[in-house]
Design a protein around this ligand. Structure first.
Ligand code: PMT
Length: 396
């Protein structure tokens, strides 16, 4: 993997040496091109030391050798990764300005390009930044969605560069063999909302992050992906056909209509097991002297169990959200529901499972084999789960 890492002048530039190291661990040869502003955030000397190559900052190259650095580099590179990408560099890339070594190189670069925008939320939302991102996407550049969280400026919101392990995972899957090519994968994600009346519902804390990460990873590995999603605030993964549903009944109908056309069904959604037996057509009012309200619930259809009855039957991956006896409960669930693999997470642990960026899971196969996946970003967990799916589907 010959990678040019372009670094522009945002605070996340301080992660560049770690990114170089982790890319090297994954087998990459990395050459770094810095903008002059990036060189204020991260030391070129450190980057030269970790990459074992000179770092390019000056667009005029080394005049004494007469070499044209950016053309030489473009012949060598298989990928240009720009991380972090500031609003400024996104705009320059979108309209083709070449006024420093990195933007000049980007014009000469012929292979694939991935950019990781990172900036304050207000800047990210500015129409010119959004337009630059859209222009680059339309040109075939992979523009990553920034993560949400605490930003360097102290604000909370979208605009963080994805963590280094996540970036490495994206680069690895770019180079990886497209081992799901020719396969169709149906993924469910997010919560369901079960209405009580026109303004209230029963739901759970699922954010959709785990299911969306699986859909995105499967698409990167060459699969044709359908995503059936409960209500979430997540951005739609590119290249994935998405159907939006609200209730367990709607999810059941959407999955049953699509499952038979897919070879693999992965059920990461947190589907309500019970829904209000009756839905009031007007807002339920509190009344004087009435201190209690009893809500009668009915069982929702078990989507997974119904998919398992299909013939021919797809390969089924269930998820189990458990708060105690995680492994034993997950094994029992796999048998009862007829899944081929079950991914069990301990949702009593606030740092993993529901609504967190990371997960830590046990994957149990029908033959009883248990694989522990250590705490990692959900994109990494998604790829490791898909590795196990591919292994199960590949005859020995
Ligand atoms: O969305 P995130 O915030 O990223 O959180 C991820 C997650 C915790 C939701 C996810 O990792 C997870 O564990 N999803 C499954 C949650 C769940 O509903 O588990 P369960 O043990 O109640 O259900 C077991 C399996 O049966 C699941 O695959 C579920 O999709 C499926 N099911 C459940 C009920 C139902 N009526 N029909 C179903 O098919």
């Amino acid at each position: 993997m010959n990678i040019v890492l372009g670094v522009s002048g945002g605070i996340a530039a301080y992660k560049a040496p770690e990114l170089v190291r982790r890319l090297q661990d994954a087998g990459a040869d990395v050459r770094v091109v810095l903008t002059p502003n990036a060189a204020r955030f991260v030391s070129p000397l450190s980057l030269a030391a970790v990459s074992n190559h000179g770092v390019i900052i000056d667009q005029w190259g080394d005049a004494s050798t007469g070499g044209v650095d950016h053309i030489e580099l473009a012949r060598w590179a298989e990928l240009l990764l720009i991380a972090p990408a500031t609003a400024n560099i996104l705009a320059k890339l979108a309209i083709g300005i070449a006024d420093d070594a990195l933007t000049t190189y980007a014009l000469a670069h012929r292979a694939a390009m991935i950019v990781a925008p990172a900036m304050n939320t207000f800047m990210l939302q500015h129409p010119t930044v959004q337009q630059s991102m859209a222009t680059l996407r339309a040109r075939g550049v992979e523009v990553l969605d920034p993560d949400s969280g605490l930003l360097a400026c102290g604000d909370e919101g979208s605009g963080r560069m994805p963590d280094v392990p996540e970036l490495v995972e994206i680069v690895k899957s770019h180079f990886a063999q497209r081992d799901l090519s020719g396969k169709s994968v149906l993924v469910t994600a997010g919560p369901t909302r079960e209405p009580l009346d026109p303004v209230r519902y029963l739901s759970n804390r699922s954010s959709g992050k785990m299911g969306y990460a699986i859909a995105d990873a499967a698409r990167r590995r060459g699969a044709t992906v359908t995503l059936i999603s409960g209500p979430t605030a997540r951005q739609e993964p590119p290249g994935v056909a998405i159907t939006r549903v609200r209730t367990a009944d709607e999810m059941h109908a959407a999955v049953m209509a699509a499952a038979a056309q897919h070879q693999i069904v992965i059920k990461a959604a947190a589907v309500a097991d019970f829904a209000p037996a009756e839905v009031a057509d007007r807002k339920i009012k509190k009344r004087e002297g009435v201190d209690e309200l009893t809500i009668k619930l009915r069982r929702t259809p078990d989507i997974l169990a119904d998919v398992a009855k299909l013939s021919p039957r797809p390969f089924i991956v269930a998820f189990a959200a458990e708060t105690n006896d995680v492994e034993a409960n997950a094994r029992d669930k796999m048998q009862r529901k007829g899944a081929d693999l079950i991914v069990a997470n301990d949702v009593a642990n606030e740092s993993i499972g529901f609504d967190s960026d990371q997960n830590e899971v046990l994957v149990i196969a029908r033959d009883g084999t248990v694989t522990r996946l250590a705490k990692a970003p959900k994109s990494v967990i998604a790829n490791r789960v898909l590795d196990l799916v591919v292994r199960q589907l590949t005859p020995i």
